[in-house]
Design a protein around this ligand. Sequence first.
Ligand SMILES: Nc1ncnc2c1ncn2[C@@H]1O[C@H](COP(=O)(O)OP(=O)(O)OP(=O)(O)O)[C@@H](O)[C@H]1O
Length: 245
Amino acid sequence: MECIAKLSGLTKEYRNGRGIRNVGLELYKGDIYGLLGPNGAGKTTLLKMMTGLIAPKQGSVTLFGHNTEQSFAAAMSKVGCMIESADFYDYVTAGQYLKSVASFYPNVQKERIHEVLEIVGLTANVKEKIRHFSTGMKQKLALAAAIMPYPELVILDEPTNGLDIEGIVLFRELVTRLSKTEGITFIISSHMIHELEQLCNRVGIIYEGALIQEGNVSELLQDIPSLEQFYIGELQKAKGGPRIV
Ligand SMILES: Nc1ncnc2c1ncn2[C@@H]1O[C@H](COP(=O)(O)OP(=O)(O)OP(=O)(O)O)[C@@H](O)[C@H]1O
């Protein structure tokens, strides 16, 4: 299996003492890796570090063989991402926004704008100003931007936030399709554990800044009926309390 992302000993401490400590993780080509953890556990911090938005105090991120601190452009050249809730200049239209995104990538032709709009189901809204978009529509637009440069790795931080039920199902189908047809690898943080259970082949659990458990979903769930029960059990172990599931 080809390792396309390697995170080693990642540590970040904010001034308030929070952050992540000594997190190591590998992604293999074709993985759909789910990142689980309570609020404030460190998921966004970890994903921001993967994309160079935060520099680690210790540790390293290697994407496609390139260290993000030493060769940022090369490391990120096959990466698409959507971190935290999407923020836009909302007086422009969806089409204008995606055109500006496309202009960053020399290999992206303007036809790609319509392609990604169609993929996320926003074709009819191309001329609409973003300020008229719902939260879920903005999430879809951010996803369209993330897949614009034909990425091989897509990093998604809570991508289903604000999506309606149909949007969540579409999102799951879209990730599955992109994984199968384009061979795209995904790492996705989410609180929607049932979605992750259906979608992911591997999951990791972050608790208080540390990766406390990870593995193949099918192996982790050999003796436990659901990812939710596994997750709650692992959190209880980490907190040192008795297991109630
Ligand atoms: N810029 C910052 N300055 C200080 N503390 C921060 C900063 N960003 C995050 N934190 C703290 O670091 C911890 C990890 O935050 P992070 O956003 O990574 O968690 P998360 O797992 O993504 O949480 P959630 O599920 O609520 O989105 C939290 O306790 C948070 O308060």
